[in-house]
Unconditional design. Structure first.
Length: 354
C-alpha cells in the first residue's frame, strides 16, 4: 500500500511539474518509454490518442479541454496528455464541437457521451471503464457526461478544474455582473468572452430556421476582442420571437430584470440551460468527483463548485491559489497552495487507476 501511494504521489508531482514547466522537467520527461501519439477519429470526432509505452490494457482517461481556439493542440493540453500517458494512462483528447469557441449545446454533450462510450468500449481500456478530466467548460462537460445513465457505472473518476455547475447562474453573471450565492446576489467581474460564449450556446438552442442559423454563424465569426459580442443580433436582419427574447436577455444589465427576461425565453432554450447544468444532475454522479478551483476564479466563482459539493458527498473540493482559472501557476501559489493542487492530482490519479 505504501509503495502504491508513493508511486501515485510521484506521478502526480511529475504531471504537475510538467504542466507548470518546472525547470529541469525535460530531463524527467525523457525517462521511461515514450508514449505513442495517434491522430484519429472517434465517433466522427477528431481525437488525439496517447498510449503508454507498455502492454495494454491500461486505465483509460478522456480529457476535455476548455474554450481555446487551439483546442486539443493547446501546449498545456499536449503536455498534460503526454504526462498522463507516461504515467500509464490511455488518453483520449477529442476536438468536441463548439468547445473551442466557448459554445456548449446539447449536441456537444451528446458528442462527448459518444466519445467516452467508445473509449470505454475499446479493448485496451482496463475493465471497460474510463476516467474523465476537464478544465473550465470542459470540466462541466465531464461532470454532465459522468451523470449520463448509460455511463455512470463505467466512470472511475471525474477530475475537473474550475467548472461551472449552474448554467443559469452563469448566464446571470455574464449579463448582469452578479451571480446568486444562496439567498444573496454577489458581484463578479467576468471577461466579456463569457457573454459571447453564452450567446453562441443559447442561439444553438433556438428553433432551427435560416434566420437563426445565420445568426449562429455570425456569432461564431465575432472576434472575441471586438468589444461588442452582441453585434450580430442588431445586424443580421429580422429576428424571430425566440431570438428577440434572447437578445433582450443578453443585452440586459439590470439584475432586477433578469428573472423576467429569462422566463421569456423559448422553452427549448430554458430546457437546454437546465440540461447543461451539472448541479441538476448531481444525484446521478456515482463516481468520485475531484474539483480544484482558485479562490478568485476569473470566470466562474468558487460558489459554483461549492454548490455541487454541498449536494453530493462524493465531491471533494480543493480551493488553491496555485490555479489561474484553468491552468496551474507558480505566480500566486505558496507551498500550501501547490501542495493542495498536488494532492488533487494524486487523488484523481489514484481513483482513475494509476
Amino acid at each position: 500500500m505504501v509503495g502504491g501511494q508513493l508511486r501515485v504521489h510521484a506521478r502526480g508531482a511529475a504531471i504537475l511539474a510538467t504542466t507548470l514547466r518546472v525547470p529541469g522537467i525535460q530531463a524527467v520527461e525523457r525517462l521511461g518509454r515514450a508514449p505513442s501519439i495517434e491522430e484519429t477519429t472517434h465517433t466522427g470526432v477528431a481525437t488525439t490518442v496517447l498510449s503508454p509505452g507498455t502492454r495494454p490494457p491500461w486505465p483509460a482517461l478522456v480529457f476535455v479541454n476548455g474554450a481555446t481556439p487551439d483546442g486539443r493542440r493547446h501546449p498545456i493540453v499536449r503536455r498534460l496528455g503526454l504526462g498522463l500517458a507516461r504515467a500509464g494512462f490511455l488518453v483520449y483528447v477529442p476536438e468536441l464541437p463548439g468547445i473551442g469557441r466557448g459554445e456548449l449545446t446539447p449536441t456537444t454533450l451528446q458528442s462527448t457521451i459518444e466519445v467516452v462510450t467508445a473509449a470505454a468500449d475499446t479493448p485496451e481500456a482496463s475493465l471497460g471503464r474510463v476516467g474523465l478530466a476537464g478544465v473550465s467548460i470542459g470540466g462541466s462537460l465531464a461532470l454532465l457526461t459522468a451523470a449520463a445513465p448509460a455511463l455512470a457505472e463505467r466512470i472511475t473518476v471525474v477530475a475537473c478544474i474550475a467548472p461551472f455547475t449552474d448554467l443559469g447562474n452563469v448566464v446571470r453573471l455574464a449579463t448582469t455582473g452578479v451571480y446568486r450565492d444562496g439567498d444573496r446576489l454577489a458581484t463578479h467581474a467576468a471577461p466579456s468572452f463569457l457573454l459571447l460564449g453564452i450567446a453562441r450556446s443559447l442561439v444553438g438552442a433556438l428553433p432551427g430556421n435560416p434566420a437563426n442559423e445565420l445568426l449562429a454563424s455570425e456569432l461564431r465569426a465575432v472576434d472575441p476582442n471586438s468589444g461588442d459580442p452582441l453585434l450580430p443580433f442588431r445586424t443580421s436582419g429580422p429576428l424571430d420571437d425566440g431570438a428577440e427574447a434572447l437578445h433582450g436577455l443578453l443585452a440586459n444589465r439590470d439584475p432586477e430584470r433578469f428573472d423576467d427576461l429569462y422566463r421569456a425565453l423559448p422553452g427549448p432554450a430554458r430546457e437546454a440551460v437546465e440540461s447543461l447544468s451539472p448541479l441538476r444532475a448531481a444525484s446521478r454522479l456515482v463516481a468520485p468527483v475531484e474539483i480544484a478551483t482558485a479562490p478568485e476564479d476569473t470566470y466562474f466563482p468558487v460558489t459554483e463548485s461549492r454548490a455541487l459539493a454541498a449536494v453530493n458527498p462524493r465531491v471533494t473540493l480543493t480551493v488553491t491559489e496555485a490555479l489561474a482559472h484553468a491552468a496551474p501557476t507558480l505566480t500566486r501559489a505558496g507551498v500550501a497552495g501547490l501542495l493542495r493542487l498536488h494532492l488533487f492530482f494524486a487523488r484523481s490519479l489514484a481513483a482513475a487507476g494509476a
